[in-house]
Design a protein around this ligand. Structure first.
Ligand SMILES: *Cc1c(COP(=O)(O)O)cnc(C)c1O
Length: 239
């Protein structure tokens, strides 16, 4: 059994245990296997292990891997989870089934424009800088409603706004991340019922990574983004 297969099974078990432990349905939580900086052969291993959904952070890298995967006959579902520059929006619309990191109107407009040309729709999440971290992307919590309203008022009809995403500040103790996850859930509840999301009864919350996804599930995550616990330590960037 390959390590990746073993690791995916382990993570899926932990997701199930965390969900059942807080009276949630395991099938309401989807695992995004974060494959950034790992070769497309590792994604193939993941697919062979039954994993369908992968997360990538860099457009160029993702586009190259996507081409290799398609050539191999694989049809992975990819979520974009990195910082998206507006000039890369076109490529993003071509390869991702969801962009989790929309944090400004200009980017939403760019995505919508390219999608309209392709006659396609795209699932998106709004990235919220819940920890108010100056080094992180994301709209501030208090500005989130205005961004959602602007997307709605401008009729960016190719965008399906599914929910919110956040990257909690890194903490050694996963319990320290809990208040940030709770804040994102609270924000989603505050924004529900205003018809700002495609489905107010099912607002997606992408939060939790290798170290703390069990805590995120307890606080309401519907998407958890797990890299290291599946693929191992990431290769360093050679810069
Ligand atoms: C890299 C990354 C992850 C995965 O982190 P791990 O700690 O390796 O699980 C999740 N979310 C985002 C946005 C990332 O950039």
């Amino acid at each position: 059994m390959s390590d990746i297969l073993h690791n995916i099974n382990t993570v899926q078990h932990k997701i199930r245990d965390a969900a059942i432990g807080c009276d949630r349905k395991p099938e309401d939580i989807r695992l995004v296997a974060v494959s950034k900086r790992f070769p497309h052969s590792d994604i193939i291993r993941g697919i062979e292990a039954g994993q369908k959904l992968f997360g990538e952070n860099y457009i160029q890298e993702a586009a190259e891997k996507y081409d290799s995967l398609i050539q191999d006959g694989a049809t992975p579902q990819l979520h974009f989870i990195g910082h998206l520059q507006s000039n890369k929006a076109k490529t993003a619309t071509e390869i991702f089934s969801m962009v989790e990191t929309v944090d400004r109107l200009k980017l939403a407009r760019q995505l919508n424009k390219h999608l309209a040309n392709l006659n396609k729709t795209l699932n998106i999440l709004i990235q919220v800088n819940i920890g108010r971290d100056q080094n992180k992307s994301g709209v501030l919590p208090e500005d989130t409603e205005a961004l959602l309203s602007a997307i709605k008022e401008e009729n960016l009809e190719q965008l399906i706004v599914c929910g919110l995403m956040t990257i909690a500040p890194f903490t050694a103790d996963p319990e320290d991340a809990r208040p940030f996850f709770r804040d994102l859930k609270t924000l989603s509840l505050k924004l529900s019922g205003k018809e700002l999301f495609a489905n107010d009864d099912k607002i997606e919350l992408s939060m939790g990574m290798s170290n703390d996804f069990h805590v995120a599930i307890q606080e309401g995550a519907t998407l958890v983004r797990v890299g290291t616990a599946i693929f191992g330590q990431r290769p360093e960037l050679n810069e």
